[in-house]
Design a protein around this ligand. Structure first.
Ligand SMILES: CC(=O)SCCNC(=O)CCNC(=O)[C@H](O)C(C)(C)COP(=O)(O)OP(=O)(O)OC[C@H]1O[C@@H](n2cnc3c(N)ncnc32)[C@H](O)[C@@H]1OP(=O)(O)O
Ligand SMILES: CCCC(=O)O
Length: 451
């Protein structure tokens, strides 16, 4: 029998309920999983928080909150809700610093298998797009690990937001109504956006050699943060041709490249003519471009971030950012001491994948210095060693290209003294003598290094 629209509509009405009723599916001791980032539920989060006094020991996992989470705000002492996080936003890192949230380390490519093989998910709550005529709710801007998460969940509640773009997919981009336990509607709630911010003069200096190293027909990945996005915007202004993308995160810079005629995706070896991504975050213009666009394809994160997949594409250029790098080439993109700032995300996945690509380059771009907002003190982002407690995002054995406003060096294959020399050559001049002194003390310098 072929199901028709009226059958799905009837099922929709049967499963449609209020947020307050839907969250009654949560029982004491449950593990609750929120959709990531733009797919985090809003009404369900508020309704769950309202049950604080009657529930016990609820563990909530979430990713990169773009606005305050009611389960965190209502329960700072974590009497009922213990919230952990797969990747920190500005809001999350403040909550984490106050002890109201904990971080869950992972390489992003592993998140689907972590759900499949290791974790319990009692109730999944996700924001989705409106149901289509075939009974499917599109996952919208976050395919990522959503399918694996809902497949593992004992109960699935969807929060239907008609403002959610419909993201056509290669795989794992939708859930069928027959797999959903409860539906709530969230009309009139805006999907979170982040504005595109143009880079500054230093960003332009960092971008110059990177853009020069990109050949026509290259496949690009841009990581999270201001710098990769502004390098992307400069690529949009270049005269490069037939670029493509295969990126974990789809950001405004790709839309700018498309508008400027740089992007065709036609030179890609995999998924030719399609721009591939796993989640998107940016401006409303970006979301309008993505909505129902058959030239773009959302895929699960274990496909997009798989180094073996990335490595099949020639001239794969990956541009990510970091907090600091030590003279051995260890990169931290996620913490300063034990203070969790962000997460590993897909950085190591793409660093490895781009290295495997013929002609590929895995580039970590950063400003050479950082000025602390409170104290006004400026420090070098190239340090002798990482501060105690700092997490290594890319081990030195995997680090390849590091770019600052003073140039771009490749560490792969280099000994420790060569690394120290290369990194100091792109450090801020004010810090070079001190770095040389430390390198000498650590016996990773040689007399002929200093020019
Ligand atoms: C998404 C993909 O496509 S896959 C691969 C990409 N994923 C990754 O690279 C994951 C890890 N990387 C990241 O999360 C980001 O690139 C970051 C955090 C390194 C940089 O992102 P940005 O948004 O440009 O960082 P931003 O400059 O806003 O700094 C974020 C915070 O770190 C702090 N920070 C940044 N650099 C430093 C530094 N050198 N020392 C101390 N603190 C620092 C900032 O002060 C800020 O903290 P605050 O908001 O509490 O004031
Ligand atoms: C949510 C993960 C984002 C990243 O890879 O940085």
């Amino acid at each position: 029998m072929v199901n028709d629209v009226s059958e799905w509509t009837e099922m929709y009405q049967q499963k449609l309920t209020t947020p307050e009723e839907a969250v009654k599916l949560v029982k004491d001791g449950d593990w609750v999983e929120y959709g990531m980032t733009t797919s985090q539920p809003v009404l369900l989060d508020a309704a769950l928080a309202a049950r604080k006094e009657e529930l016990k020991d609820i563990k909530v996992r979430e990713t990169m909150s773009l606005f305050p989470r009611k389960v965190v705000e209502c329960d700072p002492m974590r009497d009922t809700f213990t919230v952990s996080n797969w990747h920190m936003s500005g809001y999350d890192r403040k909550a984490c610093a106050q002890g109201a949230m904990n971080f869950s380390p992972m390489c992003f490519r592993n998140q689907p298998s972590i759900y499949r093989d290791l974790l319990d998910v009692d109730v999944a709550m996700i924001t989705v797009a409106s149901m289509d005529g075939h009974g499917y709710f599109n996952f919208g801007l976050c395919a990522a690990a959503t399918e694996a998460m809902v497949q593992k969940a004992k109960k699935v509640i969807v929060e239907v937001n008609p403002n959610m773009p419909r993201c056509l997919g290669g795989l794992g981009e939708a859930i069928h109504i027959s797999d959903v336990d409860a539906i709530v509607e969230a009309p009139g709630i805006a999907i979170p956006t982040i504005p595109f911010v143009a880079g500054d003069e230093i960003d332009a200096m960092i971008a110059k050699p990177i853009v020069e190293a990109i050949p026509d027909g290259a496949t690009l990945q841009l990581g999270i943060g201001g710098l990769p996005n502004s390098v992307g915007a400069m690529i949009a202004k270049s005269d490069l041709k037939d670029l493509g993308f295969h990126t974990e995160m789809l950001v405004d810079a790709f839309y700018l490249m498309y508008k400027e005629g740089r992007l065709t995706n036609k030179a890609k070896r995999l998924n030719r003519n399609k721009g591939v991504y796993s989640f998107a975050l940016g401006s409303q213009k970006l979301y309008d471009w993505i909505d129902d666009n058959p030239s773009l394809a959302a895929f699960p994160i274990d496909y997009v971030n798989d180094p073996a997949v990335i490595g099949q594409m020639d001239n794969f250029i990956s541009i990510n950012s970091c907090i600091e790098v030590d003279l051995f080439g260890q990169v931290s993109a996620e913490s300063k001491g034990p203070h969790q700032i962000s997460g590993t995300g897909g950085q190591l996945d793409f660093t490895d994948g781009a290295y495997r690509s013929r002609g590929g380059k895995g580039i970590i771009a950063m400003h050479s210095t950082h000025t602390d907002k409170k104290s006004g003190v400026t420090t070098s982002n190239i340090c002798p060693t990482l501060a105690q407690g700092t997490t290594v995002t890319d081990p030195r054995s995997q680090t390849c290209w590091i770019a600052t406003e003073y140039g771009m060096v490749n560490l792969m294959g280099k000994s420790t003294w060569e690394r120290a020399e290369a990194l100091i050559s792109i450090a801020h001049p004010d810090f070079r003598d001190e770095l040389i002194k430390k390198a000498e003390e650590m016996k990773i310098w040689r007399y002929s290094n200093k020019k």
